[in-house]
Write a new protein. Structure first.
Length: 563
């Protein structure tokens, strides 16, 4: 017991130390932790670490994916969903097939389906590994695509892994496998959406912030466990629950509760991510031992891993290039239609009604609700066109998306779920580990210098953000002015305050506080409406929401109106 406590304390110190040391020496903290783990695994008196893979797949990934989904800008996820879904499904399947052929060719006696199983293990990028990318100068849009991909592609890989293992020992039906995948995702979406709604509904009725945050820790498991029991994807369910919470939570949960959530989840992320990278390194000795015991040496296995890593990068590049061309063509079509949508946006409701009736059989007039929905679609389309125009994806962003596709602990954990009867199992586990480690060291260690070298000419994003802030402040002023009774005369000078009747002064301060809270609520609603429409940059909106939350928290704690 004492040994486990000592190990836990040392691990926490190592995680905290790497978070401080990494930026100072110019190396990402995850790479520092992997190096520490590898060094520790080679020390003779430290026992071999054998981590149960289910601890990673069922105990670590759901909370990490849930937390990342909560904090991801919902409109950016919607806008990039086409790219995200393609990278998360089509690219994983294509990579698994290509790698499956490669592994079946270079590993004697492996077979095609076991090759695809290993390809599915190696194919997905790691949600934890992509945390390295956020410390670089990659564009906000590329970050959104990489974040979204890492949220979903693990589920595709794990479903494909199960399918390949089943096909290796029984007959295989393509349509059956496709139906199983669709069912797994559908079950996950339904349960995840319900758990997200239940999460917000319950927690909005819990007044204590600490209890509220404690409940949030259970949400990803409440979504994932029953989904897995019903043969759905627990990871997708955790992601969907997180997306729902991130969209609806700011409207339903008090600022103090959300601040408590954010601070505590940041700590959870730091510890879990650090533990994942540390255990990756610690498993090196045991994996090497297994390979050496069953094979002549690690040299050929290492060559296989290098070849697999090169293939993953090449396949990813072959997919990303046409993807960027398609996205650029779509953005240009949007620019050509921008003027037409701007004209529709400027029209009154009668003119909008005429537009809808022209495209309806029987020239039927739309209802008021249909007019509102049409106006929202026009407004969001204009915002989307502006978003794509301001942040085009060129070869620099494409290079970042290709090279930032790192593998990590999920690859190692998934490899260890291979059944004991798998041909040359220890070799396959080592290849998966080597690919993940090489990916982290080679890609993770060079992504920063690479992006700095190919950085686009500097653009004044500060000025653009300042313009957006001014527009957003004007929107908030309009929202404040719409609140009735926002101004009321009261004591204006020190002498008037001293001369005022204490009871009247307390009443006036109470009314002033209530009015200010009403203004903050109106402004928050306006900012969230703008977020849903995508009218402003996500980071500018998040900063403004944090300012509103901080002012409300300070006002409630002080018990006096803000001046």
């Amino acid at each position: 017991m004492n040994e486990l406590l000592v190990i836990g304390v040392v691990a926490l110190v190592a995680i905290a130390g790497s978070a401080v040391l990494g930026p100072r020496i110019g190396v990402a903290a995850p790479l520092v932790l992997v190096a520490v783990g590898v060094a520790a695994s080679l020390v003779p008196w430290i026992p071999d670490a054998r981590i149960e893979p289910e601890w990673i797949l069922a105990g670590v990934l759901p909370p990490l994916l849930y937390s990342a989904a909560v904090s991801m800008p919902s409109m950016n996820f919607r806008r990039e969903f086409g790219a995200i879904s393609g990278l998360s499904v089509l690219l994983v399947v294509a990579s698994s097939l290509v790698l499956g052929l490669f592994f079946a060719w270079v590993v004697p006696g492996l077979g095609f389906w076991w090759g695809i199983a290993l390809g599915a293990i190696v194919s997905p990028t790691d949600a934890v590994a992509t945390s390295i990318v956020k410390q670089t100068s990659v564009s906000r849009r590329a970050i959104s695509i990489l974040d979204g991909e890492s949220l979903l592609n693990d589920a595709t890989a794990l479903v494909l892994l199960r399918t390949a293992i089943f096909a290796a020992g029984a007959s295989f039906s393509f349509w059956g496998a496709l139906g199983d995948f669709a069912r797994a995702v559908a079950i996950a979406v339904v349960i995840g959406w319900f758990v997200g709604w239940l999460n917000v509904w319950v927690r909005s009725r819990v007044p204590n912030a600490a209890v509220n945050t404690a409940l949030s820790f259970a949400v990803p498991f409440v979504a994932a466990i029953p989904t897995e029991h019903l043969e759905g994807s627990g990871l997708v369910a955790a992601v969907v629950a997180g997306l729902f919470t991130g969209i609806v939570g700011p409207r339903k949960l008090p600022p103090g509760h959300r601040l408590s959530d954010a601070q505590n989840w940041q700590t959870i992320e730091l510890v879990l991510e650090g533990a994942v990278f540390l255990t990756m390194g610690l498993q090196l000795a045991s994996i090497l031992h297994d390979v050496q015991a069953e094979h002549a040496g690690i040299g050929p296995a290492l060559l296989i891993a290098v070849g697999a890593l090169v293939l993953t990068v090449l396949v990813r590049a072959a997919y990303v290039v046409p993807l960027l061309l398609a996205l650029s063509a779509s953005a240009k079509r949007g620019e050509r239609m921008q003027e037409r949508f701007a004209e529709m946006h400027a029209q009154d409701r009668d003119a909008m009604s005429d537009v809808i009736r022209e495209h309806r059989p029987g020239n039927r007039a739309p209802s008021e609700r249909e007019l509102d929905r049409f106006a929202v679609r026009v407004r969001r389309t204009l915002a989307d066109i502006a978003y794509y125009t301001k942040a085009p994806l060129g070869w620099r962003e494409g290079t970042a998306v290709v090279w930032a596709g790192m593998r990590g602990a999920v690859t190692v954990a998934a490899a260890q779920t291979l059944p004991e009867g798998t041909p040359q199992r220890s070799l396959l586990v080592f290849v998966a580990f080597a690919v993940a480690l090489l990916s982290l060291v080679v890609q993770g260690g060079t992504i920063g210098p690479l992006l700095r070298r190919i950085a686009a000419p500097s653009t004044d994003t500060t000025e653009r953000d300042a313009e957006e802030r001014q527009r957003l402040l004007q929107l908030m002023r309009s929202a404040a002015e719409a609140v009735p009774g926002t101004r009321e005369d009261g004591p204006a000078t020190r002498e008037e305050l001293e001369a005022a009747d204490p009871a009247e002064l307390r009443a006036w301060m109470g009314r002033a506080k209530a009015r200010r809270l009403a203004v903050l609520e109106a402004q928050r609603a306006a900012v969230l409406d703008a977020r849903d429409d995508g009218s402003f940059d996500a980071e500018v909106l998040e900063s403004m929401l944090q300012n509103l939350d901080a002012e409300q928290i300070a006002l409630e704690l002080r018990g006096a109106p803000a001046r």
